[in-house]
Design a protein around this ligand. Structure first.
Ligand code: SME
Length: 168
């Protein structure tokens, strides 16, 4: 089962629409994390699966600790360790408790440039069963305008599935 998942993730889905890619990938990701209880391991494999399938520049989690986000499992270049609530795209998504789509990071006041090659970004809050934000999923692209409502819809569903699976 696991080997066939890896084979499927290795494909770049070049002929499929983004919606078709999500429809194919997400059930496999949910199957992959089922029964796993180590949150770091789950977040690590989720970022690997997404990053490999979509070819994004940076894909990772930041987790809430007090008034800050702290760097969690990710794929891509090294990144900032800590982000204050309300700062940058990640801290804004946490503070507003909503997904933030940034078509051009240069137009987002206070954007934190962990990598100068990042051009667009999406940040999706992750909630626990009490509805509190406990992490964010942050994805960066080297192209402008990469993320839209399709990404928002599927990534919000994915983080809900992860929270449920981990009993967060
Ligand atoms: N750009 C983010 C910082 C994290 S990195 O993109 C990995 C922000 O503005 O919050």
């Amino acid at each position: 089962m696991f080997l066939s998942l890896i084979t499927i993730f290795a494909q770049k889905y070049s002929t499929m629409t983004k919606q078709e890619q999500y429809e194919e990938l997400l059930p496999q990701v949910v199957a992959m994390i089922e029964g796993e209880s180590n949150a770091v391991s789950v977040m690590a494999n989720v970022t690997a699966a997404l990053h490999d399938a979509f070819g994004w520049w940076w894909t990772g989690f930041y987790t809430v600790n007090g008034d800050r986000l702290e760097l969690g499992p990710f794929q891509g270049p090294v990144a900032c360790y800590r982000i204050k609530r309300g700062r940058g795209v990640c801290g804004t998504a946490w503070d507003r408790d909503e997904t933030v789509i940034v078509p051009d990071v240069e137009q987002f006041p206070g954007h934190i440039a962990c990598s100068s090659l990042s051009r667009s970004e999406i940040v999706v809050p992750v909630h626990n069963s009490d509805g509190e934000v406990i992490a964010v999923l942050d994805i960066d692209s080297k192209e402008l305008n990469t993320f839209d409502e399709t990404d928002k819809t599927y990534l919000e569903k994915l983080v809900k599935d992860i929270s449920k699976s981990l009993n967060w």
